[in-house]
Design a protein around this ligand. Structure first.
Ligand code: MOS
Length: 764
C-alpha cells in the first residue's frame, strides 16, 4: 500500500500560538476562483439569518428551555482572598423548591485551571465559585444562596499588579508558569549598540486599563444528561473545545458529549474555553436527573468571566535623525488576575516596524481579581497605543511627519522569524487611507486650534495573525431537488459564518445563495472546525467549504457525463446547469443530474489545505482618527475614523464593514470610556453593571470609512482570505491618543482618556 504523505502545517491562533499539525493532504488546493466572474464572493450579500435575528425568532442559548428544566445560581466568595473552613448547606437544602446544593464536599476533586478545582477551598477573588444551587426557579436558587453558611479564614490580598509583583503578599498559587516576577523575554540584535548609534532617544511610560468583555448575551449553558450522554447548549466560541474539555472532565468518550451553539450574542475571547459554570451545571444535572440552565448575570460577568489585562508599559526607542530606528526596548507589567494567564502586549512592538535591535520583557502578576482572558486581539490594542504614541513623540522630536516615520521603518519581512510574509500591502493601505482621510492637509502642529474646541488628527498601524489554517472541514450535501446543505463544526458568533459559507458554496456551484442551508454549531454532526478566535474562522473554514462544493461539482459533471453519454471534457457547467456544448445541446439542472444518479444525494467533505511553509501570514492596516477636544470640559469626541487595511480577499462587504464598525467602536470605547475600577482597600470591583462600566452608544459613534486594499493572498490559502474579526480594534486607541495630542499639545499616557485626565493634563 502506498504511504500517505503527511504534511506538517502551521496554524496561527490567538496570541500568536503556532501549532504544528500533521495533515493528510486533501484536495484543498483548488485553482483560484475567477475573481472577475464572482457573483457572490466579495459582494454585499445580506446575512442569511438576518431575518431570524431582527424578528426575534433566533434562538440563543439564553432562550433554550427544556421540559423539567431546573435553574442554577452560583454562590461566589465575598472576600478577595480566603480559605474556606466549613460550608453548611442544610438550611438551603430545606428551602422548598431547592433540588440540590453542590460544594467541594460532594463534587469530584478533578483539577481545573492547572492545579486548582471547580470549587477550590482556597478562594482567590471576590467572585470565586464556592457552591451552586439548583432549584425550580432562578429566584428560589438565588434565595437559597443566602441560606448557605460559609466560614472563611480571611487572608491578605492584593489588587494592584505593582504591589503584587513586589511580593506584598505571599504567592497564592503552588505552581504556575507566570508566578510573581517571572518574565517572558525576547531579544534580537545588540540593544546597547543600537542605542549607542542613535541620534535621538525617546523614553516614556504608558498605562492601560482592565476592560471587561461585557458580551450582549451573558455566559450561559443548558445541560442535560441522557443516560451517559451529555447534551450541552452553550454560548461558546468553540463547540469542539468545550466538548473535549467536558469529555475529559467527566471521563467520557468525546462522542458522548454533544455541544450545540446556534445563535450567539458575542464572545470577544471570553467564551473560548468551557466555563466553570458549564461544568457546574453538568454536575447538578447529573445529581438531580433533570436539565439545568445556568446564566451568569451582568455582575457575575464583570467579576468572573474574564477581562483584557491592564498594562504598565515602559518604552525606549532610539533613531537616527532621518527617523531610522536603531534600537527599541520594552518592559511591561500587567495583571493575570487570580489564575494563570498572561498580560502580554509586546507583539506589535517586536514586529510592527523594522528594527534590528530589540529587547522585550513582560511580567504578569497574580492579583486577587477575576482572571484575564483573551479579548479581541489580546495585547495588541494596548501595545499599539503605547508603540504608536512613542513613535509620534519621536516624529515630533526629529520634525518628521508621523506617516513618513512609519513608512521609513516599514518592515518588508517578519522581524521575529526573518520569514517573508505571504503578502503585505500595508504601504498601499497607508497611501489609500491617507488620501481618503486627507492626512497631508489635516496634519498640523500640535495645539494649532485657538478656541476652546480643538481639533486634531492621529494615526496608528496594525499587525495581527488572522491566517487561520487546518484542520477545518465542511460537508456539502446536494439533495435530489437541487437544494444544498452545508454542515460544519464551526460556530457563528455573530460575525456571519453561516452567510459566508452559503456564499462560497453557492459561488462554486453557481446557484442562488438562498438554495444553500447552513448548519453550524453542532459537534454531533459537523466536521471539526477551529474555535472562533484569533480571526481564524473565515480563512480556515471558507477554503474547506469551497473544496467541498468543488468536489460536489466534479461529481455532478461525472454524473452528467454518464447520463448524457458525453465525455466530461465536452460538458459545460454554468449557472447550476450542465450542458453539452453551446445552446443547442441538452441541458440538465444539477437537481436533474442528481435525480438520475444512484447516490440520491451527493455528500462530500472538503478540508482546509496546509499553510505554506517558510512564510508568515499576517494582516495589516492603518487607522486615521480626527477628534475634537473640548478644553473646557475635557471631553473628547471622535469625529471620523478612516480604516485602511490589508486583510486578504473580502468574502462579504457587509459582514466586513460590520466587523470594522464593531471593532472601531470597541476601540473608541477602550480609548475613551471603558474601565474596570477596583477599590484596593476592599478588593471590590466597583463597576459591575452597565451604568458604572461605560460602553459607547450610537451617539459616541463617528463617521467610519473602511478601505480594504485589493489583495487576494492565494499564497496564504486557496481563496486568498484572511481574518477580519480582530484587526479593526487594534490601532483605534493609538490613533485617537495621537489625535488628542495633536489637538491639545499635551500627551495623555493613560487609557481611558477621560475628561478628568484631559483637564488634569491641561492644567499641568
Ligand atoms: Mo479571540 S480574543 O476570541 O478572537
Amino acid at each position: 500500500m502506498a504511504r500517505l504523505k503527511v504534511i506538517k502545517s502551521k496554524q496561527f491562533f490567538e496570541e500568536g500560538t503556532v501549532e504544528h499539525l500533521a495533515q493528510v493532504p486533501s484536495g484543498g488546493n483548488r485553482p483560484e476562483v475567477d475573481w472577475k466572474k464572482a457573483k457572490l464572493i466579495g459582494k454585499a450579500v445580506d446575512r442569511v439569518d438576518g431575518y431570524d435575528k431582527v424578528s426575534g425568532t433566533a434562538e440563543f442559548t439564553f432562550d433554550v428551555h427544556l421540559p423539567q428544566m431546573a435553574h442554577a445560581r452560583i454562590l461566589r466568595s465575598p472576600h478577595p482572598h480566603a480559605q474556606i473552613k466549613r460550608i453548611r448547606t442544610s438550611r438551603a437544602e430545606a428551602l422548598p423548591g431547592v433540588l440540590a446544593v453542590i460544594t467541594r464536599e460532594n463534587t469530584p476533586k478533578t483539577p481545573w485551571y492547572g492545579d486548582t478545582f471547580i470549587f477550590d477551598p482556597h478562594s482567590r477573588y471576590i467572585g470565586d465559585e464556592v457552591a451552586c444551587v439548583a432549584a425550580e426557579t432562578e429566584e428560589i436558587a438565588e434565595e437559597a444562596l443566602r441560606l448557605i453558611e460559609v466560614k472563611y479564614e480571611i487572608l491578605p490580598f492584593v489588587t494592584d499588579p505593582v504591589k503584587a509583583a513586589e511580593g506584598t503578599i505571599p504567592p497564592f498559587h503552588e505552581a504556575g508558569h507566570l508566578l510573581h516576577g517571572e518574565a517572558e523575554e525576547y531579544q534580537r540584535g545588540d540593544i546597547d549598540a543600537g542605542f549607542a548609534g542613535a541620534d535621538v532617544i525617546v523614553e516614556d511610560s504608558f498605562t492601560t486599563q482592565v476592560a471587561v468583555h461585557n458580551t450582549m448575551e451573558p455566559h450561559c449553558s443548558v445541560v442535560n444528561w441522557e443516560g451517559n450522554k451529555l447534551r450541552v447548549w452553550d454560548s461558546t466560541q468553540g463547540i469542539y473545545h468545550v466538548r473535549d474539555q467536558l469529555a475529559e472532565f467527566f471521563k467520557l468518550p468525546s462522542s458522548n458529549v454533544q455541544v450545540t451553539t446556534r445563535y450567539m450574542g458575542g464572545g470577544f475571547g471570553s467564551k473560548l474555553r468551557a466555563g466553570k459554570h458549564t461544568v457546574i451545571a453538568a454536575l447538578l444535572s447529573r445529581r438531580i436527573g433533570r436539565p439545568v440552565r445556568i446564566a451568569l448575570d451582568r455582575r457575575e460577568q464583570n467579576l468572573s468571566a474574564g477581562n483584557r489585562p491592564d498594562s504598565i508599559q515602559r518604552l525606549k526607542i532610539g533613531a537616527k535623525s532621518d527617523g531610522t530606528l536603531t534600537a527599541m526596548s520594552f518592559s511591561a507589567l500587567g495583571s493575570s488576575g487570580a489564575y494563570s494567564s498572561s498580560a502580554r502586549c509586546f507583539w506589535p512592538f517586536m514586529t510592527m516596524y523594522k528594527c534590528e535591535n530589540v529587547s522585550v520583557e513582560q511580567r504578569s502578576a497574580f492579583t486577587n481579581l477575576g482572571k484575564g482572558e483573551p479579548f479581541r486581539a489580546p495585547g495588541h490594542p494596548q501595545g499599539t497605543f503605547a508603540l504608536d504614541s512613542i513613535l509620534d513623540e519621536l516624529a515630533e522630536k526629529i520634525g518628521m511627519d508621523p506617516l513618513d516615520l512609519r513608512l521609513k521603518n516599514y518592515a518588508e519581512i517578519d522581524q521575529v522569524s526573518g520569514q517573508p510574509y505571504t503578502s503585505k500591502k500595508l504601504r498601499e493601505a497607508y497611501k489609500q487611507g491617507a488620501r481618503r482621510f486627507g492626512w497631508r492637509e489635516k496634519f498640523r502642529p500640535p495645539g494649532s486650534d485657538k478656541g476652546p474646541l480643538k481639533r486634531g488628527v492621529g494615526l496608528a498601524s496594525q499587525i495581527w495573525w488572522g491566517g487561520g489554517g487546518p484542520p477545518a472541514g465542511v460537508t456539502v450535501k446536494l439533495n435530489r431537488d437541487g437544494s444544498v446543505s452545508a454542515i460544519a463544526g464551526s460556530q457563528d458568533l455573530g460575525t456571519g459564518t453561516c452567510t459566508f459559507i452559503a456564499q462560497v458554496v453557492a459561488e462554486a456551484l453557481e446557484i442562488p445563495v438562498q438554495r444553500v442551508e447552513v448548519t453550524l454549531g453542532k459537534t454531533a454532526v459537523g466536521p471539526y472546525c477551529p474555535s472562533s478566535g484569533g480571526s481564524v474562522t473565515a480563512p480556515s473554514v471558507a477554503p474547506a467549504a469551497h473544496d467541498a462544493a468543488m468536489q460536489v461539482r466534479d461529481t455532478l459533471i461525472e454524473g452528467a457525463a454518464a447520463i448524457l453519454e458525453t465525455p466530461k471534457e465536452e460538458l459545460l457547467y454554468r449557472d447550476g446547469t450542465i450542458s453539452v456544448g453551446g445552446n443547442s445541446g441538452r441541458r440538465l439542472t444539477i437537481g436533474e443530474v442528481i435525480g438520475e444518479m444512484r447516490e440520491q444525494t451527493i455528500v462530500r467533505t472538503g478540508l482546509r489545505a496546509a499553510n505554506p511553509e517558510g512564510y508568515m501570514i499576517q494582516t495589516f492596516g492603518v487607522q486615521f482618527a480626527e477628534v475634537e477636544v473640548d478644553t473646557m470640559t475635557g471631553k473628547v469626541r471622535v469625529i471620523r475614523v478612516v480604516a485602511a487595511h490589508d486583510v486578504g480577499r473580502t468574502l462579504n462587504r457587509k459582514l466586513l464593514e460590520n466587523q470594522f464598525e464593531g471593532g472601531i467602536i470597541m476601540g473608541i470605547s477602550l480609548a475613551l470610556l471603558e474601565e474596570r475600577i477596583v477599590d484596593e482597600y476592599t478588593g471590590k470591583v466597583l463597576t459591575t453593571n452597565l451604568h458604572d462600566y461605560k460602553l459607547p452608544t450610537v451617539l459616541d459613534t463617528p463617521q467610519i470609512e473602511t478601505i480594504v486594499v485589493d489583495n487576494h493572498d492565494t499564497t496564504a490559502n486557496s481563496l486568498g482570505v484572511k481574518g477580519v474579526g480582530e484587526p479593526p480594534i487594534i490601532p483605534t486607541a493609538g490613533a485617537i491618543a495621537n489625535a488628542v495630542y495633536n489637538a491639545i499639545g499635551v500627551r495623555i499616557r493613560s487609557l481611558p482618556i477621560t475628561p478628568d485626565r484631559v483637564l488634569t493634563a491641561l492644567q499641568a
